[in-house]
Design a protein around this ligand. Structure first.
Ligand code: HEC
Length: 140
């Protein structure tokens, strides 16, 4: 029994040594790269920006960005409807991304607008920015 165990141990150690010699770092790099590509792809396919918006922003901005969320009436100042032309005229995509990332405080507007830099990935925030811009263009 002990002999069998020793043989197995020897076998697994040699497998370990062989795989180390086989440029382990490159293997780890490869696995990490594959995993991150998979995650990017997942977030790209699974998180439709309109669903992200409804989930994270809908309470205050309305599920379709029309400033009719159930918490909207509590806010002062109230968010503008993203379908409003006034909204488009006063905004460009950089400040929208800034507001989403750093919240109202970061962009010197109402602190009731929370920051999402830690909650959402950069890609998600960028996609939300594009989504908001597409809403405002629909309203034109
Ligand atoms: C707790 C309520 C709340 C939530 C949740 C919220 N917001 Fe806001 N948001 C506000 C308020 C209030 C303002 C208006 C600030 C002002 O005009 O001073 C605002 C403003 C904004 C603006 C700037 C609009 C402008 O008039 O320049 C953008 C863009 C925005 N929010 C995007 C989002 C996105 C995207 C989400 C979800 C990821 C979100 N908000 C979630 C309350 C919220």
């Amino acid at each position: 029994m002990i002999k069998l165990f020793a043989t197995m141990l020897f076998f697994s150690i040699s497998v370990l040594i062989v795989s180390c010699a086989n440029d382990q770092e490159a293997q780890i790099d490869y696995a990490l790269k594959a995993a991150s590509e998979l995650m990017e792809e997942k977030s790209f396919i699974d998180y439709d920006p309109s669903q992200l918006f409804e989930y994270y922003c809908g309470v205050c901005h309305g599920p379709t960005g029309n400033a009719d969320g159930f918490n909207t009436f509590n806010l002062d100042p109230k968010p503008l409807s993203f379908q409003d032309t006034l909204f488009i005229n006063n905004n460009d995509s950089i400040s929208i991304l800034g507001v989403i990332s750093d919240g109202g405080d970061g962009e010197k507007i109402s602190k009731m607008m929370p920051p999402y830099r830690r909650t959402l990935t950069k890609k998600e925030r960028e996609r939300l920015t594009g989504f908001i811009l597409s809403l405002s263009h629909n309203g034109e």
